[in-house]
Design a binder for this molecule. Structure first.
Ligand code: ATP
Ligand code: MG
Length: 330
């Protein structure tokens, strides 16, 4: 399969700050890649380069075979994009916003109107279709912006944090729409701070931090990278942690992690269920009282933590909600 989206050695600096540090990426046609990374990792910067909104200092980027620097106009005609903050016209209605996008893409009057109505229905905005966007909630604007990216049925889509600020139902709706599009052959690059989203939608996940891809693979491959199962134990007293750590060292297949504030100890193990039995036996022998115990399969959160040193929770807590339009980034 040819690559629909390719970046080679992208560099973008803002003064001394290196936003992209030689980023490489490729997305095969008809697949979904998720850029997963914490605040400031360079996700939006990457998307802005691909969507011709930002010129890199060096490196190369092509979309659908078109170089972003050589023919930005042609490239724009082949892509759909939705920015991190909804870029919609406040004074037009939802319907007028989408119809306008259709006309910008030279779709013709009637097809533009039909497509606008169809998408408004699809994104549960039909009731609000003829009201000015000024009165829309943040989530409604977000949905309208996403609908805008789909108007022209572009073969390649860029969605920057498409579900941030959406309620669970709207998020589910969008996931369904995305799955249909991809089944129809659309190539998608999306950014997200939600592990669950990357896990659910992406064929490939590129973990980015400090302007570089630091790991790439399927969700399963990434999980395998951080090792196998882990046992999590909560002990009765923080002083018991050190005893527990010594008692469990023999079972650990990697570094044991202590979380003193939670009185928790996390032990990477190979054979999960056997190790669990052994661990409980060991702790009983050392007279450590266990308050809670569980066997955990690695999640993408674990991948994230081990790769970046950031807790995934920090990510989600740091996630911003969709905010009113702050300027055009479609
Ligand atoms: N216009 C700008 N001027 C100066 N610095 C910028 C500008 N845009 C981005 N940066 C910096 O570049 C880095 C990457 O920013 P970017 O917006 O790409 O991150 P992100 O991964 O999208 O983060 P978030 O999850 O917060 O959306 C950050 O350190 C940011 O502060
Ligand atoms: Mg961003």
């Amino acid at each position: 399969m040819p690559d629909a989206i390719v970046a080679e050695g992208l560099v973008k600096k803002y003064g001394k700050l290196v936003a992209l540090d030689g980023l490489d990426l490729s997305v095969p046609e008809g697949t979904v890649t998720a850029l997963l990374g914490p605040n400031g990792a360079g996700k939006t910067t990457t998307v802005r380069v691909f969507t011709t909104l930002l010129i890199p200092d060096s490196g190369r980027a092509t979309v659908a075979g078109v170089d972003v620097l050589k023919d930005p106009q042609l490239l724009r005609a082949r892509i759909g994009a939705s920015g991190q903050y909804a870029a919609v016209d406040e004074y037009l209605t939802g319907f007028e916003n989408l119809e306008m996008v259709g006309r910008l893409y030279h779709m013709g009057t009637q097809p533009s109107k039909d497509r606008a109505r169809e998408l408004l229905e699809r994104f549960r905005l039909a009731d609000a279709a003829d009201r000015p966007v000024k009165g829309y909630s943040g989530g409604m604007r977000r949905r309208l912006d996403l609908a805008g990216a789909l108007v022209a049925n572009p073969p390649v889509l860029f969605l920057d944090e498409p579900t941030t600020g959406l309620d669970p139902r709207a998020r589910q709706d969008l996931w369904d729409v995305i799955e249909e599009l991809v089944a129809g052959g659309t190539t998608l690059l999306l950014t997200t701070q939600y592990m669950e989203e990357a896990d659910r939608l992406a064929d490939s996940i590129a973990v980015i931090d400090h302007g570089n891809v630091i790991a790439e693979g399927t969700a399963d491959q990434l999980k395998a990278m951080v090792g196998g199962d882990r046992i999590e134990l909560v002990v009765d007293h923080v002083d018991s942690l050190a005893i527990a750590q010594r008692a469990l060292e023999g079972l650990a297949r990697g570094e044991i992690r202590l979380e003193p504030s939670l009185r928790r100890i996390i032990v990477p193990v190979s054979d999960g269920s056997q190790a669990l039995v052994d661990a409980i036996g060991q702790l009983a022998k050392h007279e450590v009282v266990i308050h809670d115990v569980g066997l955990r399969r690695p999640s993408l959160d674990d991948v994230f933590l081990s790769l970046t040193g950031h807790e995934a929770d920090e990510l989600i807590n740091g996630a911003k909600s969709a905010e009113p339009s702050t300027g055009g980034n479609r």
